[in-house]
Ligand binder design. Structure first.
Ligand code: DGP
Length: 114
């Protein structure tokens, strides 16, 4: 656990969240400021600061996040499709420095990324 990391505190249950999925490695909860009808944050419980910190040593945690995303998408009725985004660093727009994947769906998101 990283001191003062809000997502570590959510993973530890110290801060409440609207949890939608949990396993040994992964927690998923609804974003506090949803940008789509379904907007869920999927995080590794272990602190990884961002996508820039992913390596061979922690890649299994990223794989676990994506396995969770596939399950959550089914549970949330996103059979028509969804989008997964991770913001990385200052220019990438990252505001919480604990690796997280935004799972977005529930409407047509369009072809543009920006
Ligand atoms: P990013 O900009 O990629 O770092 O996204 C951070 C997201 O985290 C943003 O969409 C808002 C969300 N968020 C920040 N604090 C909290 C919180 O305390 N609870 C929940 N559920 N979401 C949060």
């Amino acid at each position: 656990m990283s001191t003062n990391c809000i997502f570590c505190k959510i993973a530890a249950g110290e801060i409440p969240s609207d949890k939608v999925y949990e396993d040994e490695y992964v927690l998923a909860f609804r974003d506090i400021s949803p940008q789509a009808p379904v907007h869920i944050l999927v995080i590794p419980k272990t602190h990884i600061a961002s996508a820039a910190e992913v390596s061979a040593e922690n890649a299994e945690l990223v794989a676990a996040c994506f396995a969770a995303i596939a399950k959550i998408a089914v549970a949330e009725g996103l059979g028509k499709g969804f989008r997964v985004i991770t913001n990385c660093g200052e220019e990438g727009g990252q505001t919480v420095h604990h690796l997280h994947f935004h799972l977005l769906g529930g409407r047509h998101l369009g072809a543009n990324l920006l």
